[in-house]
Structure formats: C-alpha cells, structure tokens
Design a protein around this ligand. Structure first.
Ligand code: NAP
Length: 288
C-alpha cells in the first residue's frame, strides 16, 4: 500500500481563498483584520518565520504590522507595547515570536496579550477554553492538523489517536482537539516505555517531537493516518520531519509530507484566527 499524501500547500490555498473572501466582506463593513507581529532580537529562524507571517497576511488582504525590537529591549518595554496593541482598535491579533531573549519572561509576556487578540492560542485563557470546549483561539499547528483530518473526511469518533509529544503549543492541545472529536487519545513523551507497542494500536498518529525517524514503518498499523509535525534537518541540511517518510508511506493510509504538509497549515490557521478575531469584534453590537 502507498499512502495518500495530504497536501498542506493545496489545502492552505483553499483555506486562504476563503480567508480572502471573508476579509473582503469584513472590509466592506469598514473593518480590516489586523495582525501585529513582534520580534525581539536577531534570531535568524525567527526572522524568516515573521516575514512569512506578514507576507501571508498581505497576500490574503489582511493588515499587518511587524515590530522589530533589539535583543536589549526590556521586559517592561515589551509589556508596554503589548498593552498599547491590546488597546489598538486596528489590531485584532497579537503574536509575539518565540523564543524571547533570556532576560524576558515569555510566560508573563504571553499572559499580557488580551485573550481576545491571542491568535497564537498560547494564553492560559485560550488553553482553558480548549480544555473546557468553550469558544477561544486554538493553537495554529494542531488546529491545522485537525483541518487536514477534516479535509480527508476522517471520522475520529471511536478511533485511537496517538500523539507523540506533549508540548503546550503542539502535543497537549492536539490531544485535546482529538478528544473533543471523540477519539480515544494516548499521549506519549520522552518517558514513554515501548512507544512502538502504543503506536501500532493507533488509527491516527501525530508525531510532534523534533527528532528524525522517531516513527518508522514497523511502528505503524497498515492504513493508519500519520501527521508529521516535526521540523528537522537531515545530513544534507534538507528540511525533514519526525517520520521516516519513505518507509511509513508504504504502510500508512494517509501521510503528510515535510515540507509541504503541516508547516503551511500553521500560518494559514494564524490567518484564520486573526480573521475570526476581527469577525468577533464586528459581531458585538456596541449600540446596546
Ligand atoms: P518540544 O517542546 O521540544 O516538545 C517535544 C516533545 O517530544 C516533548 O513532549 C518530549 O517529551 C517529546 N519527546 C522527546 N523525545 C521523545 C521520544 N524519544 N519519544 C517520545 N517523545 C519524545 O517541541 P514542540 O514545540 O512541541 O515541537 C515539536 C516539533 O514540531 C519540532 O520539530 C518543531 O520544530 C516542530 N513544530 C513544527 C511546527 C510547524 O508549523 N510545522 C510548529 C511547531 C512545532 P518530554 O515532554 O518528556 O520532554
């Protein structure tokens, strides 16, 4: 069996076309969805990420601002900027690119963002909303994975989903989203014993570790759906995921490639969240 690939680029294009349509409709009502992206320091990877986010906004008709600050920016100054953006009616989403320099408490900074503008979905209020199935913003990467499952019409109810990784931004929210769709969920991590015995039982596997070949063909049940969140570099410096793609592709039913899988979906869901933040403001009747 050769797995069907879930194409994150094609799905992103479809979802971004919808974002553009809804953005145009909102603009006609006098609201342009706006995203503020804050970068502190000179981390080269972060510079690429923020550039891509801002470009994606522009391409879809959203307004975006990129604030670049030197690594010497104080925590207090950053908190002041966030406070100003919280009150800026032209900005509906605020994203602080992580990691931050060591002298800044990232947790404090994320908690300073208004939950109504927390389009990364990292605020405790967003995490709590996801946990209690209340409206809020879902973290973009696992949200993108859910859209990929939706795109193949996959019914999660009653299925066994195994998430490898338990970070606050990918693994844990991923598990909660799968649970919300009535999957039976197992979360694995670095202390998990016999990972293979667990993944072999899985109908859906999400690999979010950051280690090449954490999932190989002998660990996958024939026909399983495999979503690869990992971003690593191989010996030749090429981007690759956590999954041994060539091997697992022969066993799985569906698989996401790296690059061109989950990665593009992450930025797409950021656009969706920013648009939804603006739509929620529009839906509030201030005349009451
Ligand atoms: P992270 O915070 O480093 O978490 C990694 C998780 O993997 C931890 O929970 C860790 O367990 C677990 N782990 C480590 N070794 C393991 C092993 N041998 N077996 C099972 N679990 C193991 O990473 P992250 O932020 O979640 O990101 C994970 C990967 O996804 C990275 O490659 C990252 O670059 C990528 N990523 C991609 C996107 C995208 O848009 N495509 C977005 C975000 C992240 P412990 O908790 O026990 O340490």
């Amino acid at each position: 069996m050769t797995a069907q690939r879930i194409d994150g680029i094609a799905l992103s294009q479809k979802l971004r076309a919808d974002v553009t349509l809804r953005t145009t409709a909102l603009k006609a009502k006098g609201i342009t969805p706006g995203l503020a992206v804050i970068l502190v320091g000179e981390n080269p990877a972060s510079q690429v990420y923020v550039r891509n986010k801002v470009k994606a906004c522009e391409d879809s008709g959203l307004h975006s601002i990129l604030e670049k600050h030197p690594a010497s920016l104080t925590e207090a100054a950053l908190l002041n900027r966030i406070d100003a953006l919280n009150h800026d009616t032209g900005i509906h989403g605020i994203l602080v690119q992580l990691p931050l320099p060591a002298h800044i408490d990232a947790h404090k900074v994320i908690e300073a963002i208004s939950p109504a503008k927390d389009v990364d979905g990292f605020h405790i209020a967003s995490a709590g909303a996801l946990m209690t199935s209340m409206p809020g913003f879902w973290p973009c990467t696992p949200y993108g994975c859910m859209k990929m499952l939706e795109s193949i019409g996959y019914e999660l109810k009653g299925k066994h989903a195994v998430v490898i990784g338990r970070s606050n931004i990918v693994g844990k929210p991923m598990a909660l989203m799968l649970l919300q769709k009535n999957a039976t969920v197992t979360i694995c991590h670095s202390a998990t014993q016999d990972l293979k015995a667990i993944t072999l039982q899985a109908d859906v596997i999400v690999a979010a570790v950051g280690k090449r070949n954490i999932l190989t063909a002998d660990m996958v049940k024939p026909g399983a759906v495999v979503l690869d969140v990992g971003m690593n570099r191989n010996e030749e410096g090429k981007l690759c995921g956590d999954v041994d793609f060539a091997g697992v592709e022969q066993v799985a039913g569906y698989i996401t490639p790296v690059p061109g899988g989950v990665g593009p979906m992450t930025i797409t869901m950021l656009l969706v969240n920013t648009l939804e933040a603006a739509e929620r403001i529009q839906a509030i009747d201030f005349s009451v």
